[in-house]
Design a protein around this ligand. Structure first.
Ligand SMILES: [Zn+2]
Length: 77
């Protein structure tokens, strides 16, 4: 039975948890907490969605149109 942890601890380790970088005991505590705590659960969902978005953007190279737009912005200064 994993010991219960507080929201602060979940938030603190959330990113490592999502990366699979927390030890098993803590992982189980966080998983259990996420099942019971609505606010941490939605926070975790948000982080996951955010990461997917960032990954998508990182994979996609900026289009020519976007690059031209950036160029224009730079030229204005
Ligand atoms: Zn919580």
């Amino acid at each position: 039975m994993p010991e219960s942890i507080r929201c602060e601890e979940v938030v603190e380790h959330l990113l490592a948890f999502l990366d699979g970088e927390v030890e098993v005991g803590r992982r189980e505590s966080i998983e259990q907490h996420l099942e019971e705590c609505r606010s941490c659960c939605s926070r975790a969902d948000f982080e996951v969605a955010l990461r997917q978005k960032v990954r998508e953007v990182a994979l996609k190279r900026p289009s020519m149109k976007l690059r031209r737009k950036i160029r224009q912005l730079i030229d204005q200064f």
